[in-house]
Design a binder for this molecule. Structure first.
Ligand SMILES: Nc1ncnc2c1ncn2[C@@H]1O[C@H](COP(=O)(O)OP(=O)(O)OP(=O)(O)O)[C@@H](O)[C@H]1O
Ligand SMILES: Nc1nc2c(ncn2[C@@H]2O[C@H](COP(=O)(O)O)[C@@H](O)[C@H]2O)c(=O)[nH]1
Length: 197
């Protein structure tokens, strides 16, 4: 039997991907597994190595890329990010729905692989609201914030191209966005729950 389809969650930094994802994983314990990416950025307060990301140096990351350890990698806001093959395999080996949180470059590159995920984009209601959310989050320097807003403009344009995403959710009201995300994934959630009965 083939396992559940993976899910790619994308969308501008600050749109609310992690917020929605954390809630989903809490509400459906034992159903989802997060594909832990590698990054060269510094950890934020509260982030754990191996749980939120594998925090690595540029040298280490480049070594992994050269060894073909990654299914995709990208430069985002001055740092390297990538999804290792093993991060996906670890989740799929447990028959869980593998969730990947990647930027739009990651989406384009994953489309060239045979992963066959469900592609969902989480979008902010506007660039102005996105900026406010990012500022309020207090995780970025002014320079990094400006880079993320520039990347967001590109993301918001590219995401509109037909066929890139299976679903685009505008995260205005969090409850509504969460309900939409949950319903989009219910068929896969059910598969995992049925297999565990
Ligand atoms: N619907 C919402 N209304 C108001 N604030 C929200 C909403 N959704 C998320 N937020 C807040 O916006 C901020 C950014 O959300 P979050 O960190 O989940 O974004 P993200 O897409 O995961 O960003 P990144 O890609 O940088 O990790 C957080 O402080 C979060 O609490
Ligand atoms: N292409 C990839 N993009 C990734 C990966 N892991 C995270 N991301 C994206 O980077 C930005 C910034 O994330 P942050 O944690 O520094 O705020 C965001 O859009 C993520 O979706 C990855 O492995 N590959």
């Amino acid at each position: 039997m083939s396992g559940p389809r993976p899910v790619v969650l994308s969308g501008p930094s600050g749109a609310g991907k992690s917020t929605l994802l954390k809630r989903l994983m809490k509400d459906y314990e034992g159903v989802f597994g997060f594909s832990v990416s590698h990054t060269t950025r510094n950890p934020r307060p509260g982030e754990e190595d191996g749980k939120d990301y594998h925090f690595v140096t540029r040298e280490k990351m480049q070594e992994g890329i050269d060894n073909e350890d990654f299914i995709e990698n990208a430069e985002f806001s001055g740092n390297m990010y990538g999804t290792s093959k093993s991060s996906i395999e670890d989740v799929q080996a447990q028959n869980l729905i593998c969730i990947l949180d990647v930027d739009i470059q990651g989406v384009k590159n994953i489309k060239k692989t045979d992963l066959n995920p469900i592609y969902i984009s989480i979008q902010p209601p506007s660039l102005e609201i996105l900026e406010k959310r990012l500022r309020d989050r207090q995780t970025e320097t002014e320079e990094s914030l400006q880079k993320r807003l520039e990347a967001a403009r590109i993301d918001m344009e590219l995401s509109k191209e037909p066929g890139v995403f299976d679903l685009i959710i505008i995260n205005d009201d969090l409850e509504e966005a969460y309900e939409l995300l949950k319903s989009a994934l219910m068929e896969e959630i059910q598969k995992v729950q049925d297999a565990n009965e």
